[in-house]
Design a protein around this ligand. Sequence first.
Ligand SMILES: C[S@@+](CC[C@H](N)C(=O)[O-])C[C@H]1O[C@@H](n2cnc3c(N)ncnc32)[C@H](O)[C@@H]1O
Length: 342
Amino acid sequence: MPAALHRPEPVLHHHAQPVDRNVPTAQATAWLIEGRSLIVTDRFGTGLDILEALRVKLEEPDEDAGYVRKRAFRDAFQSASKRLLAPVVGRKVALPDAPRAGFLSELYPDHADFALPVEDAQVLSSAWEWYEQGAHFPVLGYRVHPFYGAYLPARMEHLELFGTWLAKYKGARDRAIDVGTGCGVLALQMAKAGFKQVLATDINPNAIESVARQLRRLPKAPPIELHHADLLGALRGPIDLIVSNPPWMKGEVGRTLDLAMYFQDGFFERFFGQALQCIAPGGRVVLVFSNIIELSQPDVPHPIQTELDRGRFTLVEKLTRRVKPLRRRTREKVEVWELAAV
Ligand SMILES: C[S@@+](CC[C@H](N)C(=O)[O-])C[C@H]1O[C@@H](n2cnc3c(N)ncnc32)[C@H](O)[C@@H]1O
């Protein structure tokens, strides 16, 4: 039986105070920060204006800001924004200009009328847009349609760098695994590169759902086998190529998508321990990573370097590439680390 999918928690009972565009956004923002619940009654746009004012009021930091500042902003924003509600009637956001969110009917078979934080309604509707339109991945040559709650890469450079590495790979192509597959791009790249069997795991059931739906969309389903599992799960070796694009920073996991961004103590030790059990003779462990951890968490020991220092693996090659900033200037680089068992 597949695990229950993650979804924003429906608000079934509330005593929220009605707000519309006649309430100044500064006033609404102050109420949210004080802890009052509000429900938007006129237009979805009113809710978005209040959220924008909240971002400004809480001083949203730059892309390159340190982890602590970014996280403090996010926690403050989340706790205030979740008190700003939108009504849902008949599994549709009941505000005239609300964008369509088809996931409401897929994810809430048990409730038709409830409320949702405006922020969640917005995330559901933009997720629906991505799901319907898909995002083109030049490394694959086709569009990937991410299901709600599956991690969709915001940039391409790390996937291109992995593609560069994969094009030079000379090892066996019998079995590969993509640990933490998200919406499946690395697994699909390996299938395209001719691996006979590609296993793909994720701890997030929405990611597994996403790849399952993607496979059904493709004219000829690639040989990808999905497992809802922690790391390599119960899988056994030998595996020629163990690939992962793990979370790049250490931190607390609150929302489902935090699983894509933040690792916790023991994550890499467990990953490398399991990899060691499964790797085929002459096989490789390849990690798609970034220097963001060095830039924004300089006090956190580098998890791959720490493993190399333990002496169970040796570094075969490391590729790096600058990234184009998403918003402002950045010193971020993406990396591909190729390791072999000693
Ligand atoms: C940075 S995303 C990478 C997704 C995808 N491989 C890509 O390159 O776009 C990390 C993924 O690892 C998954 N993940 C996090 N912890 C995990 C665990 N313990 N076991 C399996 N997957 C995990 C997350 O749910 C997320 O999908």
